[in-house]
Design a protein around this ligand. Structure first.
Ligand code: HSE
Length: 444
């Protein structure tokens, strides 16, 4: 169904007005502006609150946007929003760390409440920003920073407030999921699928953030902070992307009954937390395995709710705008009805003491060796794995071409990452191994 948004210019004296300033008039900024103008009546009718878009700031006011706004609503001067006497809520949509950080801090200091979609900023400086907001009794909301339109942050912070979380595991990057899906379904090349994702507006301005697993890691840092009360630094999150996943591995995994997904995983064992992002083989019957295209999903295990799956569009201007508008409305309620800002995480919350080192993690592995088809090669590989206590669950040679390179695909039982890496180092040096062995972890 196509909805046509028209600006509603009527003034309703009964409703209470909240003035909004948007900083960043890009894809998301113009979508939020369009919806603030076009759905103004809907917001007023539903809540009695009049969301008034006062000012939009961007360096570039010339490019054509998808929304028409009066010239007087536009400025290049960010201070007009940060220090604008009438502005109640600043919506930061420029992305990146600088000057977004300064804009957010100055806005809070000048008494504004802030909505941001900036996962990178929050992953790097969230704690400092949240403390600032708390000290100044200002609200800062960031629903759009993780999983686009899926209200996962509100669900963790409010809907599941009484739970102790065991694990939060998700497909958090729409671009990577889109690429893997296109490779698997259409046989597209990695490059072509990435190009498509970029043209649809899913990818970050620097797409290496998407494909190297960094965007997922930023989002995982935010979810870990909320779910486990632990500020996980980026250097403590192991991040590996999908660049080395090839269509043949997707096919071999399929033959074995698995789907390859880029997963962001935060899991606790006692007071220790594992936080990692990497491609993983998931059994086909898992719900997460059927999450395809730009969709995101977050699978949560917690003591009271048990297992829960959240699913929806994780990128794209409309779902992201939906999350931003929800934050704006939430803050407006608080301003008008006198709710204090509250803490994101209190300093008393010490559920997690340390982050598990990647080397110590125990998991199963998929290995794809490119080996010369010759008697004794497999025995060599098995010997080395045996030296490190790694037990083989199954093995299949995919082709038969004597004295030529053939793919040998193996699944192992549980093994320690450190042992696996040491074993592979030795295996990759064997004369019969002709390409770097592909390693993909299995997730249970
Ligand atoms: N580049 C991100 C993604 C956009 O692909 O998921 C939403 O954060």
């Amino acid at each position: 169904m196509k909805i046509v948004y028209e600006e509603d210019k009527r003034v309703d004296d009964m409703s209470q007005k909240i003035n909004i300033g948007i900083i960043g008039f890009g894809t998301i900024g113009s979508s939020v502006a369009k919806l603030l103008l076009g759905k103004r009546k809907l917001f007023r009718d539903r809540t009695g609150i009049d969301l008034n878009l006062s000012l939009i700031c961007d360096k570039d006011l010339r490019s054509k946007r998808d929304v028409k706004v009066p010239r007087k609503m536009l400025t290049k001067d960010v201070n007009k929003i940060i220090y604008g006497p009438d502005i109640d809520v600043v919506v930061e949509l420029i992305g990146g760390v600088h000057p977004a950080k300064e804009i957010v801090i100055k806005s809070l200091e000048s008494g504004k409440h802030v909505v941001t979609a900036n996962k990178l900023l929050l992953a790097m400086h969230g704690e400092e920003i949240f403390k600032k907001a708390e000290m100044l009794d200002r609200h800062i909301l960031f629903e759009a920073s993780v999983a686009g339109g899926v209200p996962i942050i509100k669900s963790i912070r409010e809907g599941m407030i009484s739970n102790t979380f065991y694990s939060i595991m998700g497909i958090l990057n729409g671009t990577s999921n889109y690429i893997l899906t296109q490779m698997s379904r259409e046989g597209s090349s990695f490059k072509a699928a990435l190009k498509e994702a970029q043209s649809k507006g899913y990818a970050e301005s620097n797409p290496s953030f998407d494909i190297k697993g960094l965007d997922s890691a930023h989002k995982l840092a935010i979810l870990s902070y909320l779910g486990f009360g632990k500020r996980v630094k980026m250097k403590d999150i192991y991040a590996e992307g999908i660049e080395n996943i090839s269509p043949v591995d997707i096919e071999y995994a399929k033959d074995l009954g698995y789907t390859i997904k880029l997963l962001a995983i935060a899991k606790r064992e006692g007071k220790e937390l594992t936080a990692k992002v990497h491609p993983a083989l998931l059994p086909n019957h898992y719900l997460l395995s059927s999450v395809s295209g730009v969709y995101n999903a977050i699978f949560i295990e917690a003591d009271l709710v048990g297992k829960q799956l959240f699913y929806g569009q994780g990128a794209g201007k409309q779902p992201t705008s939906s999350a931003i508008l929800s934050d704006i409305m939430d803050i407006s309620h608080s301003i008008l009805y006198g709710r204090k800002s509250g803490k994101v995480v209190t300093s008393k919350r010490v559920e997690i003491k340390n982050i598990k080192k990647m080397d110590e993690i125990i998991t199963r592995y998929y290995l794809h060796f490119s080996a010369i088809d010759r008697p004794g090669v497999l025995a060599n590989i098995a010997d080395i794995l045996g030296d490190y206590g790694i037990s083989i669950a199954s093995v299949v040679q995919k082709e038969r071409r004597e004295e030529h390179v053939v793919p040998i695909v193996m699944l192992t039982h549980d093994a320690k990452e450190k042992n696996m890496q040491m074993a592979l180092k030795r295996i990759n040096k064997l004369a019969a191994i002709k390409r770097k062995t592909v390693l993909i972890r299995l997730e249970k």
